[in-house]
Design a protein around this ligand. Structure first.
Ligand SMILES: Cc1cc2nc3c(=O)[nH]c(=O)nc-3n(C[C@H](O)[C@H](O)[C@H](O)COP(=O)(O)O)c2cc1C
Length: 189
């Protein structure tokens, strides 16, 4: 099955990008076709909360999210990567997630399939934050868990890294890069 990688950091070539790239390398090495998208390259408006999607399971806003809906529906497994921002996912990531309310509505209100894939899809979450707080990933993990559920993806695995802050600092931690690579291999395998 193919693997879609979604990068949610606004910082190009930062820690999240590097970890995602390693994971996608792992997925590719285990034979998957891979595609990476970076949310900072898309213009995504916030969810309007208009509930128009309750009718047909489709969003009325016509922006770059339409391309991402297609990716989300057609992909196999998904790896979502976001830095921690104020104990949650980045705003780029949250914008995309909120706009998936229409997929939630399709699944739970309209009983419609949200994915073109017949088989089980797994999801993995990669995240990195600067501090070492015990609850650092709690908010983000819950958000991603319910996002995956809405788009019919099972929360299969995660890689959550504390105390990495400066741009590219993750490269000083080959053990984390290896873990990201292994996560990618595993999800595709
Ligand atoms: C707006 C903003 C909010 C942040 N909030 C947190 C936070 O709540 N907890 C934390 O540990 N790190 C926080 N950080 C630090 C980032 O998570 C950290 O620098 C991370 O390595 C950035 O990943 P990137 O290089 O992929 O952008 C924040 C950074 C920014 C810019």
């Amino acid at each position: 099955m193919n693997v879609l990688g979604i990068g949610g950091s606004p910082r190009k070539d930062g820690n999240t990008d590097i970890l995602l790239a390693e994971a996608m390398k792992g997925a590719k090495d285990s034979g998957a076709q891979t595609q990476e998208i970076y949310l900072r390259d898309y213009k995504i408006s916030p969810c309007l909360g208009c509930h128009a999607c309750d009718e047909k399971g489709l969003c009325v806003q016509k922006d770059d999210m339409q391309k991402i809906y297609h990716n989300l529906a057609q992909s196999g497994h998904i790896i979502l990567a976001s830095p921690i921002y104020f104990y949650g996912v980045s705003s780029h990531t949250k914008l995309m997630i909120d706009r998936c309310q229409c997929m939630w509505a399709a699944k739970y209100r309209l009983n419609k399939p949200v994915s073109g894939k017949g088989s089980k899809r797994n999801g993995a979450f990669i995240s990195v934050g600067a501090t070492k707080g015990k609850n650092l990933f709690e908010g983000a993990r819950l958000t991603v868990k319910y996002f995956f559920d809405a788009i019919d993806v099972i929360y299969h695995d995660d890689l959550l890294i504390r105390q990495v802050d400066a741009k590219g600092e993750i490269k000083e931690h080959p053990d984390y890069l290896k873990k990201a690579y292994e996560l990618g291999r595993q999800i595709a395998g």
